[in-house]
Design a protein around this ligand. Structure first.
Ligand SMILES: [Zn+2]
Length: 241
């Protein structure tokens, strides 16, 4: 990822995706001078970024999805979803995270994208794989065409889990759990990357942010580190005309 400054505020964006002009995307950090706690804050972010409107779903750590319709309907409560996908430019999409993996899938040929919010529950549900399948179903995107960005998230240095969760990851991928001093640590981004590659996504087309949100206190909020007090970062994507 690389730094990008908008109206004097620093954001991050995926280097591999920055060359695609039709796609606007950013990831917010702690350097955003306001929080993203409510609708008003999120509208503030949309206007700062000059995105017409940003849909933030009601995230549930599941694998439900929402296909953004051509025109936003005002006043409707946000859909329960952890995957958003769209091919139209009348509004942007956003997901909120603090340790979970924010993922952006983009197909430059079909001009469509998906956002996914994937924590350990979503990873075990293979929410990231479902996003790829949905892009195929709705827009005929093949995995080989996809660029995928995995934003800042908690890494295996800090992501300790109980034995029950560790075993569920091990059933799916023997490399996804690291044992240190009899404690279990999950490598979420490695797990997601390997599963996406097994579906046909090119490793070369996957960009993984190097930071651990729990370690990098100056840049990121972390639920693991700050518990209920943790604010959220947002991954925003929008197809410009
Ligand atoms: Zn860490």
């Amino acid at each position: 990822m690389e730094k990008v400054s908008i109206k004097g505020i620093d954001f991050l964006r995926f280097s591999k995706l920055s060359v695609y002009q039709p796609l606007f995307h950013v990831f917010t950090t702690r350097l955003l001078p306001f929080k993203l706690r409510n609708e008003k804050d999120r509208k503030h972010l949309a206007s700062l970024l000059d995105v017409p409107q940003i849909l933030f779903p009601d995230q549930t750590h599941g694998d439900d999805y929402f296909l953004l319709p051509a025109k936003p309907t005002p006043g409707v409560s946000p859909p329960k979803a952890d995957i958003l996908l769209t091919q139209n430019s009348s509004w942007g999409a956003g997901i909120l995270v603090a340790d979970c993996v924010p993922i952006l899938f983009f197909d430059p040929q079909k001009r469509c994208f998906a956002l996914a919010h994937v924590g350990w529950r979503g990873a075990l549900l293979h929410t990231h794989k479902k996003a790829v399948r949905l892009l195929w179903k709705h827009f005929k995107t093949s995995p080989e065409q996809l660029f995928v960005g995995l934003g800042p998230s908690i890494k295996s240095c800090c992501f300790e889990v109980g034995q029950d969760i560790a075993e569920r990851f091990l059933e799916r991928d023997s490399q996804s759990v690291i044992l240190r001093n009899d404690r279990f640590f999950v490598d979420l981004t490695g797990f997601i990357e390997r599963e996406l590659c097994a579906m046909g996504v090119s490793r070369h087309n996957i960009e993984i942010a190097p930071w651990c949100t729990s370690c990098e206190q100056d840049l990121f909020y972390s639920f693991r580190r700050e518990k209920e007090r943790a604010d959220r970062m947002a991954l925003i994507a929008w197809l410009r005309n």
